[in-house]
Design a protein around this ligand. Structure first.
Ligand SMILES: NC(=O)c1ccc[n+]([C@@H]2O[C@H](COP(=O)([O-])OP(=O)(O)OC[C@H]3O[C@@H](n4cnc5c(N)ncnc54)[C@H](O)[C@@H]3O)[C@@H](O)[C@H]2O)c1
Ligand SMILES: [Fe+2]
Length: 426
């Protein structure tokens, strides 16, 4: 096998500052947009971030419509609903206001209305879908995150739950990246503490996973540059962003969760989400995310506190972080130095640490955050038992795009062991 020789950095433009939401109308006017679809979820539709966007559009005399039926943790069915709505008018730009659920839905709407595929799964990651490349440039999409968060405003990834498979999958292409992300700390003021906790732990895991991922130079060399995946493996550019995101999470996560009026902490967490987005958007994530997809897809009766939703759901950040400590205990032996550096960036004292303990030290530090901001104590606490492990393993195996980036290859037996280890966190 010829090994990869290069890595590249692709990222949306990002503008950050309190009040920048009001600028969106001017941005769309500069882009020449005349008919805009604003995409959000039903709870946010009644809150200030959305009303600020709509006022800005009115002020700049831009015609728009509001689609407010985004499903929290979207599915193929909820994507279909949004795409069908968007097909009713020839929109020339999109604005997503919300968390990853709204931004990812807007990315799919942009793709499926601009280049409608023969079959819905054509663009979806292989082996679940055909993984066909996006044929050309998409329309402008401005992403305004209201969680801190997924970093979806910086990435070319759109994630949804394929209902009949009971697992999440996604579409990945640099062409899905929003044109512009507007980071406005005013938009996260109303975030329920449980959502701030879950989405903040998502940032933490994006950063640690991308930093510990298989190095880019151990992937195969693609035939053409266009076939180089967005998830390239860890590399010197993504390292910078991921490490800094960990340092920011270490300083500001607990403050942002415990005191929603802490403007500085909220602003820093919004920036940390985008930093980690640049990190994992160019390096990729690995087992904690790959294993999270069946954890969220097989949810039974768990209704997450703080999430005003009419269906049972495991919030994305929770489904990821519950696996993370067990994963890093498993992977620590492969890139121990990196695991220790991650623990240090998250605030652990590693001055007397030995490399043999690297995985455990990183896991213990992550558990410290989980405990402090009151996440459920392991997979047991959200309704899973050891009899679910075969289903969870089966749902992880097709997630090649991410599981292949694990620094230590995981067999089905290894995955079963890790899920078992993740049943209780502390
Ligand atoms: N595209 C990517 O790169 C990427 C990365 C990670 C996760 N994701 C996906 O993103 C989704 C999760 O997104 P999320 O964690 O940002 O949350 P979310 O969009 O699912 O929203 C969570 C809840 O918080 C509420 N909410 C959001 N902002 C609020 C605010 N400012 N005030 C009050 N309530 C608010 C929403 O109404 C909802 O009930 C998952 O589907 C996940 O798989 C995507
Ligand atoms: Fe994530």
């Amino acid at each position: 096998m010829n090994h990869e020789i290069a890595f590249e950095m692709a990222v949306s433009s990002i503008r950050s500052g309190a009040g920048v939401t009001r600028e969106v109308g001017m941005d769309l006017a500069e882009l020449g947009s005349k008919n805009v679809l604003v995409i959000t979820d039903p709870a946010l539709a009644r809150l200030t971030p959305v009303s600020t966007v709509l006022e800005s559009l009115e002020h700049n005399r831009i015609r728009f419509e509001l689609y407010d039926r985004v499903r929290v943790e979207p599915t193929d069915e909820s994507f279909h609903d949004a795409i069908a709505f968007a097909k009713q008018s020839p929109y020339d730009a999109f604005v997503a206001v919300g968390g990853g659920s709204a931004i990812d839905t807007a990315k799919a709407v942009n793709l499926y209305t601009t280049y409608p595929p023969a079959d819905f799964l054509d663009y979806v990651n292989a082996p679940i879908g055909k993984g066909l490349p996006v044929p050309g440039p998409l329309k402008p999409l401005i992403a305004i995150p209201t969680t801190a968060g997924t970093g979806s405003e910086t990435t070319g990834v759109s994630i949804f739950d394929l209902t009949r498979m009971h697992a999440k999958t996604g579409i990945a292409s640099r062409r899905l990246k929003p044109t512009l992300g507007l980071l406005d700390p005013n938009n996260t003021r109303s975030l329920p503490p449980e959502v701030a906790a879950s989405s903040g732990l998502d940032i933490l895991s994006h950063a640690v996973e991308s930093y510990t991922a298989l190095p880019f130079s151990e992937r195969p060399l693609p035939e053409r540059p266009a076939l180089r995946p967005a998830y390239q493996g860890s590399n010197p550019i993504s390292d910078v962003w991921s490490l800094e995101a960990m340092r920011m999470v270490s300083r500001y996560l607990v403050r942002a969760v415990e005191d929603p009026s802490d403007d500085e902490a909220r602003g820093r967490m919004l920036l940390a989400a985008s930093y980690a987005g640049v990190g994992f958007g160019n390096a990729g994530v690995h087992l904690p995310h790959g294993m999270s997809y069946p954890v969220s897809g097989n949810v039974k009766n768990y209704f997450a506190p703080g999430y005003r939703s009419d269906h049972a759901l495991v919030p994305h950040g929770i489904s990821v972080i519950l696996n993370a400590p067990a994963v890093f205990r498993f992977t620590g032996s492969m890139r121990p130095q990196r695991h220790l550096e991650a623990a240090e960036a998250l605030g652990a004292d590693v001055s007397r640490a030995s490399l043999i303990d690297a995985g455990k030290i990183l896991s213990d530090r992550i558990i410290w955050f989980m405990h402090r901001i009151k996440t459920p104590n392991g997979l047991h606490a959200i309704g899973y038992t050891s009899s679910d492990i075969p289903t969870l393993v089966e749902g992880t195996l097709p997630q090649h795009r991410v599981t292949k980036l694990s620094p230590r290859p995981a067999s089905p037996e290894d995955l079963a062991h890790i899920f078992d280890d993740a049943m209780t966190a502390w």
